[in-house]
Each structure stands twice: as structure tokens, then as C-alpha cells.
Design a binder for this molecule. Structure first.
Ligand SMILES: Cc1cc2nc3c(=O)[nH]c(=O)nc-3n(C[C@H](O)[C@H](O)[C@H](O)COP(=O)(O)O)c2cc1C
Length: 305
């Protein structure tokens, strides 16, 4: 793992001592990030991208219980471009499924742009996965294994920002070294990202090494971008299990929104504290039954591509 962590050349860009984000002019965004954020309702309660889980029925269920933004699962750009079956199986949506961010993964800017073109008319933003720490991402050269390749990250995000009619956002992780974390975030910002989701754990903090997410670093990142002439929303991610966690995280970090994954998988009504809009308390069995019902009902009017 550390072999990647030690590749300082790609961080500094060969013999140039300036990091990527200081060497290139900022990418031109089409609208101000906070204008975009307001246009989708300034969401605070976000359902994470989750392979094999954040499908249309699940997204709609969480929306019914207070989620104000949802993501598709990560879509591998190569498979997505090359397989119609992959597109129709993994990207299904409907008019009520908004705001929606479609998440892509990959390492070839033009291939990722091609994949994004398939979804750009059916979602509100394209999100880049620069945070997946799994072995499959290492083998496929995507996710958190691109965190040191700042030139490439810049290239991917810029290519999307220039080639798409909708905003581009990024999801990534932190380092224990704050300067390094900021260099990563600044690269994404300068390349034109409209928002960043930061998982408050390092690439190594997974499985048996999982630990509490670092809210202090999330707060420092938020404070850093708050001071910009053109600020961007920051979404906090990691370790959110209850609505009390959501509120504490928003208050402590000052972030614009909180994203949950495992917490909302376990409890799709997390954001509404298990209460329906009619004031009825729901439990896991009821929710499981509802999810099956939703899966059937959305089959009838899926819009695949
Ligand atoms: C089942 C599952 C699937 C996931 N799939 C994705 C994915 O497709 N893209 C992504 O960026 N992160 C993915 N993640 C990571 C989550 O989005 C999130 O960053 C991580 O689980 C930390 O949040 P949590 O502590 O709320 O679970 C996945 C996590 C889980 C549990």
C-alpha cells in the first residue's frame, strides 16, 4: 500500500517543486458551486453510493424517509461504455429520483467522459470515485489508489468539467498529514469540482483497521474551502449511524451535508428518525416489506439507458 503513498514524484510533478494545483490555472466552472447546490435544494442528508445496494428502489425508499440527495452505485466507466447490459442493469432512474448524482470510476479521462455522456441528461451531477480502498480498485487502478496521482486526477476532473453540461463532484479520503490532504482536495477544486465528499478515514483505515472517522480534519477542510473566493460545499462521510450523529457531525465540522452508507443500509429511515410523514413509527420488518414493494413498482417504469 505504502509504495503508492511514497510516490512523491507524482505529487510534485517530476522535478517541478510546485504541486499540480499551483501550476495550472483554475478550470472554468459553468455556474458557481453554491448556485448549483441551492438549485438542488441545498441537500443535507445524503445516501452514499453503494455497489449492489444503492439501486432505484433503495434510493426511493430513503427519499421517502428524509434523504435529500442520493447517488447511484459506482459505475465502472469501461464496462459502462462497452456494455449496454451493464448500463441498463446499473443505471435505472425515474422522474422522482432527484436530486441524483451518478458515480463513475476509472482512470482514463476520455473513457470516463464517454461514460458520463450516457447519464448526463438523467442526473444532476457526475461524481468521481477517488475513495474506494478495496483490492479490486487497486487492480483496476481507480478509487483511492489514484489519490497520489494528482496530475491524473486533475486531468480526469478537468476533462469532465469541460465536456459535460452538468457539474462534477468528487469523493475521496484523507491522509494523516493535513497538508497532503489539502493538496489532494485543492487539486480537485482547482480542476473544477463543484463539491467534495470527504470520507474521514485514510485508505488503510478499513476492515480490521477501521476506526472512528476524523471529524477534526473534516472541519479543517471545510474551514479551508469556506475562505475561498469561490467556495464549494463539503459533504462529511464516515461512521454516521443515527440522526443524532448526523446533527452532531453537521454542527462539529460545519460541513454542508452528511453522507451515510452502512448506517442507512441498516436503517433506511435513519434521516426521519424512523417516523413516516404521517407520524407513524416504522421498524425494520416494515421497511424490508416496503422495499420489496418498491422494487416491484419501479420495475414497471424504469428508465434505463
Ligand atoms: C456495501 C457498500 C458499498 C459501497 N460502494 C461504494 C461505491 O460504490 N462508491 C463509493 O464511493 N463508496 C462506496 N462505499 C463506501 C461508502 O460510500 C462510504 O464511503 C463508507 O462506507 C463510509 O461511510 P459509512 O461509515 O457511513 O459506512 C460502499 C460501502 C458499502 C458498505
Amino acid at each position: 500500500m505504502e509504495e503508492l503513498g511514497e510516490r512523491k514524484n507524482s505529487i510534485l510533478g517530476g522535478d517541478d517543486i510546485q504541486p499540480v494545483h499551483l501550476r495550472k490555472p483554475p478550470a472554468q466552472r459553468k455556474i458557481r458551486p453554491y448556485d448549483f447546490w441551492r438549485s438542488i435544494g441545498s441537500p443535507k442528508f445524503v445516501v452514499a453510493p453503494m455497489v449492489d445496494n444503492s439501486d432505484l428502489a433503495f434510493r426511493m425508499q430513503t427519499r421517502n424517509y428524509g434523504a435529500t440527495l442520493a447517488y447511484t452505485q459506482m459505475l465502472n466507466s469501461n464496462s459502462f461504455v462497452n456494455s449496454k447490459e451493464c448500463r441498463s442493469n446499473l443505471f435505472q432512474t425515474c422522474d422522482e429520483d432527484r436530486p441524483l448524482f451518478a458515480q463513475l470510476a476509472g482512470c482514463e479521462p476520455t473513457m470516463i467522459l464517454k461514460a458520463a455522456k450516457f447519464v448526463e441528461d438523467r442526473c444532476d451531477a457526475v461524481d468521481m470515485n477517488f475513495g474506494c480502498p478495496q483490492g479490486i480498485a487497486k487492480r483496476g487502478r481507480y478509487g483511492a489508489f489514484l489519490m497520489e496521482e494528482l496530475e491524473l486526477l486533475d486531468d480526469i476532473v478537468r476533462t469532465l468539467v469541460e465536456g459535460l453540461n452538468i457539474p462534477v463532484t468528487c469523493k475521496t479520503r484523507i491522509y494523516h498529514d493535513f497538508d497532503r490532504t489539502i493538496r489532494l482536495c485543492e487539486t480537485l477544486y482547482n480542476a473544477g469540482a463543484y463539491a467534495l465528499t470527504i470520507h474521514g478515514r485514510t485508505r488503510e483505515e478499513k476492515g480490521q483497521f477501521i476506526c472512528k472517522p476524523d471529524w477534526d480534519t473534516l472541519k479543517r477542510i471545510k474551514d479551508h474551502f469556506r475562505r475561498k473566493d469561490i467556495p464549494i460545499p463539503i459533504i462529511a462521510n464516515g461512521g454516521i449511524e443515527t440522526m443524532d450523529d448526523v446533527m452532531r457531525c453537521l454542527e462539529y465540522t460545519g460541513c454542508d451535508a452528511v453522507m451515510t452508507s452502512e448506517g442507512i443500509l441498516e436503517n433506511p429511515s435513519l434521516f426521519s428518525r424512523n417516523i413516516t410523514t404521517d407520524g407513524i413509527r416504522v421498524n425494520q420488518i416494515y421497511l424490508a416489506g416496503m422495499l420489496v414493494g418498491l422494487a416491484f413498482s419501479y420495475v414497471t417504469y424504469l428508465v434505463g439507458i
